[in-house]
Design a protein around this ligand. Structure first.
Ligand code: AMP
Length: 572
């Protein structure tokens, strides 16, 4: 089966899938679709997120679902709210032309009353997280008596998050006649136990080992001393322009420290870790998905719920202890047929840990040297051309030749030269007098991630825990520090906004003033007071008098700056 048209799926489904640009089924789809369409046995499928597993189970089920019945026939359980939203969105896309099919997502951290109201629409498909599904069962808002198909998605993750009891309760609420499909990235004792107890004579499918799936990832490592780590990171980022990446750290404190360092240096980065509230995490993930930030600094746990396909790089700022975590982190790039790069920063004393990762994963991780200033500039020039030929500015605005002055005194080469010099001048200035980083070698002491380091990481997190009680929320603390580290006094009468444009959009303070004035101009003669304006590389912050906040938020999205959409949100 090389084409979707060979799958026997209904024309409505094929049309929707075609519109999404899917041409041929992925490996897991090739194996799962014919099985689900023709077999009544349960199924265990070993597959990771990114392999196309959502379509693998939902397309054949949509093909068989009874559109005339208004009972719940298909239930998907998954570990996180993020995944829940992603799967329900995918299913809604696949069933776009099945007008009687309704899908509802139910997950924690959101109003249960709203979800109960949407269940009154009588959806045939529910995608939910175990905790919220139990709450809704207890409130008698869910009736699972007519379920035909049950999918346990990321079963290993659900069990490791402690949802064992919830899963067992939900499973016991569903009819014995249903067909159960268990999807898991790994097979461990707990998953085996659940499948033994709740699946009958399951058929098994596996889409190859994790490493086979990810042959399109290049793995590199860089040896750097502790003191040079941040500078080395800056160089790696500068030498890999146009990247869209997740940078993994070991602890929450390290995550925030690295994110702060990057933001202070003008990168569009932000932190995602467990010290943030759910609302703050949602905001960061949204910004990352919309590419308002292009480097997400995260802990392993916090990044678990984030599912993004087009990552160009994964950066291991600190190596994990477990080789499987290394594979899992790296596998977030190189998805959907694209190539990916995984870069690890390694301290000289971490040679044993590196060896262990290499030998147990069989991944070829190649040593590289930290880029010099010249390497960075060369890569940046390449980056400008890459952008030039992949981003089609001509679709956004027409450039009128009459706007260009007479340039006949210059050759084409001179003009290209000048434009590049102009574009890269800040970076060139930065690297002009910078020495190359001292080359480091892996230590023969094989001192692994020493007890001393472990102790230090633990102490830092403990200190942070102690501080947490009287700490301000993260965004507020970021706002209250100046870029130079000076504390900024908070003016109760002003509201600080995040603004999605920055230096790269040729935004100047005067432009921001003009934008705010336009957005806040009303019938009354009173002018909005404007406070601090801070323009960073890819985004900015500004302060406006509190009573004008509504005008800023509602008017700015309907305005444009040099053809670009604008967005302002309260910065906490
Ligand atoms: P999943 O593993 O379900 O999270 O899917 C990973 C990504 O691959 C999603 O963005 C899907 O939209 C996409 N995808 C799934 N199946 C196909 C396909 N046959 N062809 C192209 N993209 C696909």
């Amino acid at each position: 089966m090389n084409l979707f048209t060979e799958t026997n799926l209904s024309p409505d489904i094929l049309k929707a899938v075609g519109e999404l640009g899917y041409e041929s089924p992925t490996e897991i789809q090739k194996q799962t679709i014919p099985f689900i369409l023709s077999d009544i046995r349960d199924l265990i499928a070993l597959a990771q997120t990114g392999t196309g597993k959502t379509a693998a189970f939902s397309l054949p089920i949509l093909d068989m679902i009874d559109e005339t019945s208004r009972k719940i026939q298909f239930l998907v359980l998954c570990p996180t709210r993020e995944l829940c939203l992603q799967i329900s969105k995918d299913i809604k896309n696949y069933s776009k032309y099945m007008k009687d099919i309704k899908t509802t997502a139910v997950y924690g951290g959101s109003s249960i009353m709203d979800q109960i109201r949407s269940l009154k629409d009588k959806p045939q498909i529910i995608v939910g997280t175990p905790g919220r599904v139990i709450d809704l069962i207890n409130r008698k808002a869910l009736d699972f008596s007519a379920i035909h198909w049950l999918v346990l998605d990321e079963a290993d993750e659900m069990l490791s998050m402690g949802f064992k009891d919830e899963l067992e309760t939900i499973l016991s609420e569903t009819p014995d006649t249903k067909q159960t499909f268990l999807f898991s990235a790994t097979m461990n004792k707990e998953v085996e136990r659940i499948s033994k107890n709740y699946l009958t004579n399951p058929h098994r499918i596996s889409v190859g080992s994790i490493n086979e799936v990810k042959k399109n990832i290049k793995h590199e490592y860089y040896v750097v001393g502790y003191r040079q780590k941040k500078e080395a990171l800056k160089r790696l980022i500068d030498a890999n322009p146009n990247q869209y990446s997740i940078l993994f750290c070991r602890t929450r404190m390290e995550t925030q420290e690295v994110a702060d360092f990057l933001m202070q240096n003008g990168y569009a980065a932000d932190a995602l870790h467990g010290d943030l509230s759910q609302a703050q995490r949602d905001t960061v993930m949204k910004k990352f998905r919309l590419k308002n930030i292009d480097i997400l600094v995260a802990t392993d746990v916090a990044a678990r719920g984030l599912d993004v396909d087009s990552l160009t790089h994964v950066i291991h700022y600190s190596l994990p202890d477990d080789p499987e975590v290394f594979v899992h982190r790296s596998g977030r790039t190189g998805r959907a047929g694209k190539d990916g790069i995984s870069m690890s920063l390694i301290k000289p004393e971490e040679s044993r840990k590196l060896k262990q990762i290499k030998s147990s994963t069989k991944i070829d991780i190649v040593e590289k040297t930290i880029p010099t200033g010249d390497d960075v500039i060369k890569a940046q020039v390449g980056g400008v051309f890459e952008k030039l030929f992949t981003e089609h500015a001509e679709d956004i605005f027409e450039f009128n030749d009459s706007l260009i002055p007479d340039l006949s005194a210059f050759t084409k080469e001179e003009l290209v030269h000048k434009l590049l010099q102009f574009q890269l001048k800040d970076l060139a200035m930065y690297y002009k007098d910078k020495h190359d980083l001292v080359e480091q070698k892996l230590s023969s002491r094989d001192d692994d991630y020493s007890r001393r380091d472990k102790g230090r990481d633990r102490d830092r997190d403990r200190d942070r825990g102690r501080d947490r009680g009287d700490r301000e929320p993260r965004a507020a603390s970021r706002d209250s520090r100046d870029r130079g580290g000076k504390p900024r006094r908070k003016d109760e009468n002003m509201v600080r906004f995040f603004f999605n444009l920055g230096k790269k959009d040729q935004l100047k303070k005067l432009d921001v003033l003009e934008i705010i004035n336009k957005a806040t101009a009303g019938k009354s003669k009173k002018r909005a007071e404007i406070g601090d304006i801070e323009i960073l590389e890819k985004f900015s912050f500004f302060e406006v008098e509190k009573s004008f906040s509504e005008n800023v938020m509602s008017n700015i999205p309907s305005m444009k700056f040099k053809g670009k959409e604008m967005r302002a949100e309260v910065a906490n």
